[in-house]
Design a protein around this ligand. Structure first.
Ligand code: NAD
Length: 489
């Protein structure tokens, strides 16, 4: 097979990374850029054999890495962060070509955050001292021991950032990792493998198996020698991964889809609310946390909608490499058609498109116009299922009770965003919302010390700060008898 591709002028090895070596597979699959639907790389198509080899390599590396003093592990993680920062522009360019997300977002936020994930967990490791409790003279000491080989399976919408968010704490905890990157955007994971090697991470501590979900992801999730499975992706795949891991009783962390509400109360700063509402078209709507259901107090709905449409009309859609672009392409043709299917069925069922409602054929490729649908039937598909495209819905409410009822009316519970000028209301409503994260008068801000995860179908578990170590580590309580304990009594 061809073993490298040059994407945006950057050489990327398209093979697996197992035990500190590049290895290919007999078969490959084609990686296509959503910018123009051109093939950009032939990627090794891993199967159970490569997965077994990677898990074996990770098992062999585990005793050494888990016994490495935390300070030394932290030093290597910081070196990985340095490497990711040094190569941030290359990572950004490659990611944009691979998944069509905005280059300017990568430059300003996503790539720095991907690097910071390593720095943060390296730092947190130093603070994760054993917690001491004193109970009736006994001293109870809580510690986090490395747990073993961790599988990390991730999606395409923010490939490097989401992968590092799981890989960094797993490595910091003393685990070894087998990662399975998304087949629709597999390239930056390969660059990460290079960066880990340059940073001095020992062979076998981080392994990468490229491939399709059913062929490489499935045998990985089901592998009996894993200590943890960390999965980010859709609910449908999450169910399969949980079932496979469950059969082995492997603890699993699931970060899944969302259908989050964005509530606008009558006392809100409407300009702020509109700015954030239009901002939900970011990444062409391919954001798990996006507040795609706009719920607006009917007293301000007319004003809000007029301002929203005015602002949205100014959005520039086009090539994601252009700094002036606000909305790029969707990931694949099949996905674009899926997005359109949701919109057409909603319109056929009585919804009205106040904005967009079709693919942007003028641009060719995979662009879908930013769309706002009003008048959808309560409980209908467009109000309850994740579209994962630039499609928002608009509903109105008359008071807090109705706002909360609408907000909670899906099977998801990833996030919620609200705009209100009343702090008391913010607290009351937040307490009633089913969501892992609630933003008040802001969006997408999160410190890595805080927990992240979803309720209901949006996932199982929380990560961030100590929550990450609680998942990746084996938490242990050692109880010491009171001083003066003797065996001859
Ligand atoms: P997906 O579930 O199709 O794929 C995710 C990963 O799972 C890919 O690497 C894929 O190859 C792999 N996979 C597929 N079938 C598998 C199987 N049977 N066993 C093991 N692995 C398998 O999701 P996607 O389309 O890549 O991503 C979009 C979804 O991810 C959306 O639902 C989005 O909301 C969700 N997401 C959630 C978060 C979060 O933090 N909650 C973040 C980003 C994306």
């Amino acid at each position: 097979m061809k073993t490298t591709a040059t994407v945006a002028g950057v050489g990327v090895d398209t093979r697996h990374w197992i035990g500190g070596r590049r290895t290919g597979s007999a078969a490959t699959f084609t990686d296509v850029s959503p910018i123009d639907e051109r093939p950009i790389a032939e990627i090794a198509r891993g199967t159970g054999a490569e997965v077994s080899a990677a898990v074996q390599a990770a098992r062999q590396a585990f005793p050494g890495w888990s016994a490495t003093p935390p300070a030394h592990r932290a030093k290597i993680l910081n070196a990985i962060a340095d490497g990711a920062e040094r190569r941030a522009e290359e990572l950004a360019q490659v990611e944009t070509c691979d998944n069509g997300s905005l280059l300017r977002s990568h430059r300003r936020g996503v790539m720095p955050r991907a690097a910071h994930n390593f720095r943060f967990f390296a730092d947190w490791l130093g603070r994760l001292g054993p917690g001491d409790l004193e109970v009736e003279g006994h001293r109870e000491q809580v510690s986090w021991a490395p747990s073993g080989v961790t599988a990390v399976i991730t999606p395409w919408n923010a490939p490097l950032m989401l992968a590092t968010w799981r890989i960094a704490p797993a490595l910091a905890a003393g685990n070894t990792v087998v990662a399975k990157p998304p087949e629709w955007a597999p390239l930056t994971a390969s660059l990460l493998a290079d960066i880990t090697a340059e940073a001095g991470l020992p062979d076998g501590v981080f392994n990468l198996v490229q491939g399709l979900g059913g062929e490489a992801g499935a045998p990985l999730a089901a592998h009996p020698d894993l200590a943890r499975v960390s999965f980010t992706g859709s609910v449908a795949t999450g169910r399969k991964v949980a079932a496979a891991a469950g059969a082995q009783l492997t603890p699993v962390s699931l970060e899944l889809g969302g259908k989050s509400p964005l509530l606008v109360f009558a006392d809100a700063d409407l300009d702020l609310a509109v700015r954030h509402a239009v901002g939900q078209y970011d990444n062409a709507g391919q954001v798990c946390l996006a507040g795609t259901r706009l719920l607006v107090d009917e007293r301000v709905a007319g004003d809000f909608t007029a301002r929203f449409l005015e602002r949205a009309a100014a959005l520039r859609q086009g090539d994601p490499r252009d700094e002036a672009t606000d909305v790029g392409p969707n990931i694949t043709r099949a996905h674009l058609e899926r997005v359109d299917g949701f919109v057409q069925r909603a319109v056929a069922a009585g919804a009205r498109a106040l904005l967009g409602g079709t693919a942007n054929h003028a641009l060719g490729g995979l662009y879908y116009r930013p769309t706002l649908l009003a008048g959808a039937k309560p409980g209908s598909e467009i109000l309850t299922e994740e579209v994962f495209g630039p499609v928002l819905t608009l509903q109105t409410f008359t008071g807090e009770d109705e706002a909360v009822a609408l907000a909670n009316s899906t099977r998801y519970g990833l996030a919620a965003t609200m705009f209100t000028g009343d702090r008391g209301r913010a607290g009351r409503v937040s307490a009633r919302l089913v969501a892992g994260t609630v933003w008040v008068n802001c969006f997408f801000v999160r410190d890595l010390r805080a927990p992240f995860g979803g309720a209901r179908l949006s996932g199982i578990g929380r990560e961030g700060g100590t929550w990450s170590f609680d998942f990746y580590g084996d938490v242990k309580n050692t109880v010491y008898a009171p001083e003066g304990w003797r065996s001859d009594g």
